[in-house]
Design a protein. Structure first.
Length: 532
């Protein structure tokens, strides 16, 4: 069992009871630097399953290899068969389509989002003038009052001129050259993203990054007060940052190379600048202050968002121990937030704050409270995944490599239509033709009532550009908890041919009559330049 000092739950649970102090954490080392082997990954996952874990969090993956050769896919298939929930990271390859880790249909693939918290610092000058900016400097919380000077882009900032002073620079091109320069600190006038900010703090110089507008105010003040002195104050935090959450710029995007018929990633969790427990005998930053040792660090990546979703899965599993991994995944996906905290569509930080697509955020941002009570779930088991593999034309030998089973007659019911809580419609387009035939795709889904016994749901569909979308029946009536009902979603492509791939997205929502449940599934369609 691992513990951080923060909750103090290891020491008699403090004010918590043993049942509310959540969980035992087992850590399995699977990667060994340049000597890492896929066999080690399989062995670590197999050992965790043998030890009886309930939830697996896997923050690594292998790129662009088929499922039957992917050690994560092979090992997690066995885990899911044994009712172990698996959360995996989407990867940190950025905005290029198809760079996704772990596009595996039987695991949860987690993208990374930003949060509404910003780490700040303040420049105080003279008798009351101050500006705040972004900073992750981990050293002392404040500096002594020192001369403050503005030197343009600081290209001519020699050590003799800046020693013992707080330097204000236009832009941050000279940031690294000012490291160890003898300056008390630096104030850099530049709008920076959170991911860039993390790169810029890998220095010894106490630094603040302020907006262009604030930079002009500082410059004007210093021109009128050339002998001004000031100080820097670090360790501040502000909240209610907007827009938030956003899709992090580094988060890998779908589609899944290994299984394009299932929309990936599945969901977004908090991943940027996450306060994480850290070994106190290792410096958080290798080139940071030599005296800096702490039990916490600020980390970013889908390696941070994946454990968040694993934690949510553990909460759901505690509340609903009878639910399968697929039911838990469904609960999180169908209750995810597609809007940010300002009720606007979630933005993409890597695409100039344009609206995110489902290849970036999947179903949306996790909402743990709603996920505990989803109303309906889309369930699936091992045989459903085998039928999908058969539909993808995997050979019996390849399927047995995944299932690690000698069972024959595996492909009695092949299908590409997995009972999944999202929809991806893949249409092929022949650009050599002057017209594109109307294509019709049908999806059959089964939902299980996990709410109150007698209830009914009605569907609503958001319009999808270029598509005709229908769902039947127009009402699902449940008479008991655990009852399963089926519906069919039909998508017809009636859009004229374009000279580039075309995408659109919308939602199917099942709304409970006289109840609080809204079961939301994203529909994403993509027209490809090659046939599936």
């Amino acid at each position: 069992m691992l513990c951080s000092d923060s909750p103090r739950d290891c020491d008699g649970h403090g004010t918590h009871t043993s049942s509310t102090a959540a969980a035992h954490v087992a850590v399995y080392k699977a990667l060994f630097g340049e000597y890492s082997s896929p066999c080690d990954a399989v062995a670590a996952i197999d050992q965790a399953v043998a030890d009886g874990v309930d939830v697996l969090s896997i923050s690594f993956g292998y790129d662009h290899i088929p499922l039957h050769e992917d050690p994560i896919a092979v090992a997690t298939f066995a885990a899911v068969q044994r009712n172990v929930f698996v959360a995996t990271s989407a990867g940190n390859a950025g905005t290029d389509l198809g760079a996704l880790h772990n596009g595996i249909p039987w695991v949860l693939t987690v993208a990374a989002g930003t949060i509404d918290r910003r780490f700040r610092a303040r420049l105080k000058i003279g008798n009351g003038f101050s500006v705040s900016g972004s900073s992750l400097y981990p050293g002392t919380h404040s500096t002594n009052e020192s001369p403050v000077v503005f030197m343009g882009d600081c290209a001519n900032a020699t050590e003799e001129l800046i020693r013992g002073k707080v330097l204000v620079c236009q832009g941050f091109n000279q940031l690294l050259s000012l490291n160890n320069s003898g300056a008390i600190g630096g104030v850099f006038v530049a709008n920076v993203t959170e991911s860039l900010l993390e790169e810029l703090i890998q220095i010894l110089l106490p630094a603040i990054f302020i907006t262009t507008e604030d930079g002009k105010n500082v410059e004007n003040y210093l021109r009128n007060h050339p002998a001004a002195k000031g100080s820097l104050e670090f360790g501040l935090t502000s909240f209610d940052l907007s827009p938030a959450p956003t899709l992090a710029s580094y988060s890998s995007r779908g589609p899944s190379h290994s299984c394009p018929f299932v929309l990936k990633p599945d969901i977004v969790g908090p991943g940027s600048l996450i306060l994480a427990a850290w070994p106190s005998n290792i410096k958080p930053k290798e080139n940071g202050p030599s005296s800096l040792h702490t039990g916490f660090n600020l980390l970013s990546g889908t390696s941070m968002s994946c454990p968040h979703l694993a934690g949510v899965a553990a909460l759901i599993k505690k509340a609903h121990p009878e639910w399968s991994p697929a039911a838990i995944r469904s609960a999180m996906m169908t209750t995810a937030d597609s809007l940010d905290l300002s009720n606007q569509p979630i933005k993409d930080a890597g695409k100039s704050e344009r609206t995110s697509t489902a290849f970036g955020i999947g179903a949306g941002h996790v909402n743990p409270n709603k996920a505990l009570d989803p109303g309906l779930v889309y369930d699936a088991g091992a045989i459903d995944y085998v039928n999908l593999l058969c539909g993808m034309n995997f050979t019996a030998k390849q399927i047995r490599a995944i299932t690690r089973s000698s069972t024959t007659n595996l492909c009695s019911a092949p299908t590409l239509d997995l009972n999944y809580p999202s929809f991806i419609a893949l249409f092929s387009v022949n650009y050599s033709s002057s017209s594109s035939p109307n294509e019709v795709l049908e999806f059959t889904r089964t939902v299980t009532n996990v709410g109150k016994g007698t209830t009914s749901y009605r569907p609503t569909l958001t319009p999808l550009e270029g598509l005709s979308v229908k769902v039947v029946p127009n009402k699902l009536e449940f008479s008991s908890e655990g009852q399963k009902l089926q519906f069919k979603l039909t998508i017809e492509n009636n859009h004229p041919v374009k000279k580039k791939p075309f995408v659109s997205s919308g939602y199917l929502r099942w709304t409970e009559d006289g109840g609080d449940h809204i079961v939301q599934s994203v529909i994403y369609q993509c027209r490809l330049i090659y046939p599936i």
